[in-house]
Design a protein around this ligand. Structure first.
Ligand code: MG
Length: 203
C-alpha cells in the first residue's frame, strides 16, 4: 500500500508559504508507518518544534491501473475521506533551502492520520466538496474541492504515468491555507459538509 501526497495544490496555501504555482503536480510519498487509523492519537515527535497540520481530501484507489487516461480516472477510486499531512515545517524549510528531499519532514511515524471515508454514492459531486479542520473547536482551515489546481482525475492520470496504482493506495490531494503549528493537548477534527470525519489528539 502506497501513500501519495500532492503539494502546492491550492493557490491560497501556495501563497501563504511563498512558493510558486507549480506547472505540474508536486508529488511526494509517505511510508505505511506514517498512517494513523481513525481516532488514534498523534505523539508529537521530539525532533521538531514546528509540526503543522495540513487537512486534505484523500481518495482511495479501488482498481489496479497504470498509464490511466484522465477521462477514465474516475473509475479508479470510489471513496473520499479526510487526512492530515503532518509536516515538520522547521525541518522542511531546511531541506528546501538545501535542495534536499522532504521525507524526514513529511514521512515520519504518525504523520498521516486518516479518518472515515464516504463512498462516491454519498457524494453529490466530487468537484463540489466543502471540508474544514477545527483545532480545539475553532475552524483553522477551510477548503473546497473546486479550488484544487489539479483535479482528482488529473492527479490519478499523472501519478499513473510513473507509478502503478494498486487497490488501497491513498492519495492526499493537498491542503488549503491556514496551516499552523500543533501543540501537545490539541484536538484536531476534520469535517466534510459539516459531518465529522476525522478526530486526532496530539499527545
Ligand atoms: Mg500537504
Amino acid at each position: 500500500m502506497k501513500i501519495f501526497c500532492i503539494g502546492r495544490n491550492y493557490v491560497d496555501h501556495v501563497k501563504e508559504l511563498s512558493n510558486n504555482i507549480p506547472d505540474a503536480p508536486v508529488i511526494f510519498m509517505k511510508p505505511d508507518t506514517a498512517l494513523l487509523k481513525e481516532g488514534e492519537p498523534f505523539y508529537h515527535p521530539s525532533f521538531s518544534t514546528d509540526i503543522h497540520h495540513e487537512i486534505e481530501l484523500v481518495i482511495r484507489i479501488n482498481r489496479v491501473g497504470k498509464k490511466i487516461q484522465q477521462e477514465f480516472a474516475y473509475k479508479y477510486y470510489n471513496e473520499i475521506g479526510l487526512g492530515i499531512d503532518f509536516t515538520a515545517r522547521d525541518i522542511q524549510t531546511i531541506q528546501k533551502q538545501k535542495g534536499l528531499p522532504w521525507e524526514i519532514a513529511k514521512g515520519f511515524d504518525g504523520s498521516a492520520p486518516i479518518g472515515k471515508f464516504l463512498t462516491l454514492e454519498n457524494i453529490k459531486e466530487v468537484k463540489n466538496i466543502n471540508f474544514s479542520l477545527q483545532k480545539n473547536s475553532e475552524i483553522v482551515q477551510q477548503g473546497h474541492s473546486n479550488l484544487m489546481i489539479y483535479s482528482f482525475d488529473y492527479i490519478i492520470h499523472y501519478l499513473s504515468q510513473y507509478f502503478t496504482l494498486r487497490v488501497g493506495d491513498l492519495i492526499y490531494t493537498g491542503t488549503p491555507a491556514g496551516v499552523s503549528k500543533v501543540s501537545i493537548g490539541d484536538v484536531l477534527e476534520g469535517f466534510i459538509e459539516g459531518e465529522k470525519m476525522l478526530h486526532c489528539e496530539v499527545k
